[in-house]
Design a protein around this ligand. Structure first.
Ligand SMILES: Cc1ncc(COP(=O)(O)O)c(C=O)c1O
Length: 382
């Protein structure tokens, strides 16, 4: 308990506040200016210049050729998976240590997640576990890969860059290519994070971002699909904008589309936030360094960015001895107005996904029992 008290005192001193949230948005730039401009223009809804500007800015930041702004990260993932070829009665390989939206987006298309393990040093899909599953449980037929047990085709692999830390995405892509399976990166949490100097979300056929209120930058609510493939980009824009064929006055839609557009007023807020992304990442990385030194002295493991990566440190994490200690820490910190939270309940423990195919996931179990996210909001004056 003495250690826990020390942690609370340290965090309260850092943030100099009574209640410390896990992560909260910081509005120190052009947010009000752009939102006011947007209101004055009356273009607050589904079309407007801010949407175009945000898309351009995302391309500049990520190095992706195309970006399509969406209503949120979940809708972006839904459409990205659809474009990758995920369809009813197929399977998609992903990690059990993720936010539920990853699996929900797979389910919207009538497909089922298959769970492989994560690596302890990245918290993302383990290339070894992925390869083990593909070697032992699948067979290739006519250029496609099928699960030998369920007989279902594997139509995509969705790695996730957990808490902003890039996974071993080049190894995952290499394995995926061997089995002819497209990769859709769930980079909802990793805007501003790079693997070997290349932005996360730009390795697979498609990637997605989230601009939810708890992310490193926010649109209030929003997301984006990123891709280097012009055809996929055009299709993504078409599908997310109700599949309306461009015309000055005719309302003609050529397939079932989705109203997944990011409203212009959200884009106005987001543009201002994106202008400060570099500063936010810099401050988060400073905070992580301070935490690392502090927890090293306490003898508690602080999760650091994996090898070959530059992480945005979206959510900081520590690893406690066991579940009992984790639960004590969660109770003590939250009771003392320092918001902390455990990792997500593993996906195959949720009622909707409990019957999905999975292989041994001891690393994910290890993390679930021990990991706690600690306050990670940007401190401007660090
Ligand atoms: C890993 C992951 N995937 C998908 C999403 C979905 O994004 P959104 O909340 O914008 O729908 C989130 C975040 O919320 C996330 O953390």
């Amino acid at each position: 308990m003495e250690k826990f008290k020390e942690i609370i005192t340290f965090i309260k001193k850092l943030y100099n506040k009574d209640f410390i949230a896990l992560q909260e948005p910081v509005f120190i730039g052009n947010e009000k200016k752009y939102v006011n401009e947007c209101i004055d223009s009356t273009f607050v809804s589904s079309v407007g210049e801010f949407v175009n500007k945000v898309e351009e800015r995302i391309c500049e930041i990520t190095g992706s050729k195309y970006a399509i702004a969406t209503a949120n990260g979940t809708s972006a993932l839904h459409i990205a998976l659809k474009l990758a070829g995920v369809k009813e009665n197929t399977e998609v390989i992903t990690q059990p240590l993720t936010f539920v939206a990853t699996c929900n987006a797979i389910s919207y298309l009538g497909a089922k997640p298959v769970f492989v393990d994560v690596d302890l040093d990245t918290l993302g899909i383990s290339p070894e576990s992925l390869e083990y599953f593909l070697k032992n449980f699948t067979e290739k037929k006519g250029g496609k890969t099928f699960n030998k047990i369920t007989k279902k085709q594997i139509t995509a692999i969705v790695p996730m860059h957990t808490f902003g830390h890039p996974c071993k995405i080049d190894e995952i892509i290499e394995i995926a290519n061997e089995y002819n399976i497209p990769v859709v990166e769930d980079s909802a949490e990793s805007l501003g994070s790079f693997y070997k100097r290349k932005h996360t979300g730009t390795f697979g056929e498609l990637g997605i971002l989230s601009f939810n209120g708890n992310k490193i930058v926010t649109a209030g609510g929003g997301g984006a699909i990123i891709t280097n493939d012009e055809k996929l980009a055009k299709k993504a824009k078409h599908l997310t904008t109700t599949a309306k064929v461009l015309h000055k006055w005719e309302y003609y839609h050529d397939e079932i589309g989705y109203n997944y557009r990011m409203p212009n007023i959200n884009a106005a807020l987001l543009l201002a936030q994106l202008e400060n992304l570099d500063f936010f990442v810099k401050q988060k990385r400073k905070l992580a360094k301070i935490y690392k030194e502090f927890f090293d002295k306490l003898g508690i493991e602080f999760f650091i960015e994996p090898k070959n990566t530059y992480s945005n440190y979206w959510l900081n994490a520590i690893l406690l001895k066991n579940k009992k200690e984790r639960d004590k820490f969660l109770k003590f910190t939250n009771e003392n107005k320092v918001q902390t939270r455990p990792a997500w309940t593993l996906m195959y423990k949720l009622p909707m996904y409990k019957d999905c195919f999975k292989i041994a996931t001891s690393n994910a179990e290890y993390i679930e029992e021990r990991l706690v996210n600690i306050p990670s909001g940007v401190i401007s004056e660090l």
